[in-house]
Design a protein around this ligand. Structure first.
Ligand code: ZN
Length: 457
């Protein structure tokens, strides 16, 4: 008997390290996935935000480190392209569809490939595998990005049909704006399917289990910079926290898509102050999901964007534009003594901004021409910017676009466009299997990589 015990002990000593080595090189498949998509967040926007946190003393970052920076430092990064089937630049619908299904699509298409065939999304697959699923947006839930994960329609504008399909699919958590797109019948149907409908922060806090349909505004949720006017509307991190609380009750795990949807809107409006506010909202959400992943090590977090919007950045400016125009005509570029370089304190000016430039510009467009004097426009924009505005260089105060460009120039900011660009996008993965998301890839390659991380192939 003693001999056998000795043999057993020897075997154990020999086997343990061998067992320890071989299979643990590959971590077990992940149980939960949290995919954060910052709509419109090109690499220059990530840089704009992280640089401000690091060097410009932005409010809310006493240690001068953003969660985004932490995620990049501790995770894995890759660079990817987002061309559609036959266009260089994408919209959110095609990009969302390509990311959610792994198939090439076309602008305006939701959940269908370029031949208009319905294709299964990663969320539908996760549901089939027994996981709970959720979509969150701080824009509205039938917007192109959440729609691409949960619906199949010919056009992103078919918002009522998208809402119907989301309820039909039985997405466990649907949270964001867009109440308008859920008619009475659909809300009744949702109730019959076990959904709790909530419309504000107080009601959201009370939900402890079951399916959630949270619709905090008729259409898009308020811009981050104007959220102070809506004290009972939850921010993206709160929506995410509640979704995690509900979804994690499934022992099979969950797949949650979170969209920071208004990074895109701020960039479309060429509004750096608003953009900074939206990026802070995103960063607080990243903090929430990284903390969750740290406490639940079988959780993979992936952060990316669907495309870049605006190609906006701080730039330096020429002081004598007449001279510059003459020289550049001759193929020469001026450097010495003709340029203004902006200080980092420009960031602090952006933090003073109190309203979305887009909303204010809409109001100014609706103002009768006779009222659009220098005094009036300076006062309105001054209130928006939270500081005095000098429009001495402006001749035509009815040209609101021109005025806004001038304001951006004063702030040291330039935008290439009010639309999307083809800039490549940075994807950051955090948690087990993060290495799958390194390298250079295309947005249709994300789907198979997700499947691999989840052990589905
Ligand atoms: Zn987009």
């Amino acid at each position: 008997m003693k001999k056998y015990i000795l043999l057993w002990v020897l075997m154990s000593l020999w086997c343990v390290p061998v067992w320890g080595l071989a299979p643990t090189n590959t971590p077990a498949p992940v149980k939960n996935v949290i995919w954060v998509i910052a709509d419109g967040m090109g690499p220059e926007i990530m840089g704009f935000f992280m640089e401000g946190v690091r060097y410009a003393n932005l409010e809310g970052y006493p240690e001068h480190v953003s969660s985004m920076e932490k995620m990049i430092q501790q995770g894995t990064q890759g660079l990817f392209f987002n061309k559609t089937y036959d266009t260089i630049v994408t919209d959110s619908a095609a990009s969302g569809t390509q990311m959610a299904t792994g198939q090439y699509s076309r602008p305006d298409y939701i959940g269908i490939d370029y031949n208009q065939n319905k294709v299964q999304t990663i969320l539908e697959l996760a549901q089939e595998k027994g996981k709970s699923i959720g979509v969150i947006s701080d824009a509205y839930v039938t917007d192109a990005t959440p729609a691409a994960f949960t619906a199949h329609v010919r056009s992103r504008r078919m918002k009522e049909q998208i809402a119907e399909q989301q309820i039909e699919l039985g997405v466990d958590v649907i949270s964001g704006g867009g109440l308008k797109y859920f008619n009475k019948d659909l809300l009744a149907k949702a109730k019959a399917k076990g959904y709790t409908l909530v419309k504000n922060r107080t009601e959201l806090a009370k939900v402890k289990q079951g399916k959630l349909l949270a619709l905090f505004s008729e259409t898009g949720m308020p811009m981050a910079i104007e959220m102070y006017k809506h004290p009972n509307t939850p921010v993206l991190a709160e929506q995410t926290q509640k979704a995690l609380e509900l979804l994690e009750q499934n022992p099979e795990g969950f797949f949650l898509m979170v969209e920071a949807g208004k990074v895109d809107w701020a960039a479309h409006a060429n509004d750096p102050g608003s953009l900074l506010a939206e990026m802070k909202v995103l960063d607080a959400t990243l903090k929430t999901v990284m903390e969750y992943a740290d406490q639940h090590p079988n959780t993979l977090v992936y952060l990316n964007a669907d495309h870049d919007t605006g190609l906006g950045s701080f730039v330096y400016q020429y002081l004598n534009s007449q001279k510059v125009a003459e020289k550049t005509k001759q193929g020469e570029v001026l450097y010495n003594g003709n340029t203004a370089y902006h200080p980092l304190s420009r960031y602090k000016e952006l933090e003073k901004q109190k309203r979305s430039l887009y909303y204010v510009s809409q109001e100014l467009y609706a103002t009768p021409d006779s009222m659009l004097t220098r005094d009036y426009v300076e006062r309105r924009l001054g209130e928006t910017m939270g500081m005095q505005v000098d429009l001495s260089g402006i001749q035509d105060f009815k040209d609101i676009d021109g005025v806004l460009k001038y304001i951006n120039k004063q702030r040291g900011f330039a935008w290439a466009t009010g639309t999307h660009s083809a800039a490549p996008i940075i994807g950051v993965a955090y948690g087990p299997h993060a290495e799958l998301f390194s390298g250079v890839y295309h947005n249709t390659d994300i789907f198979p990589r997700m499947k691999k991380a989840l052990g589905w192939e």
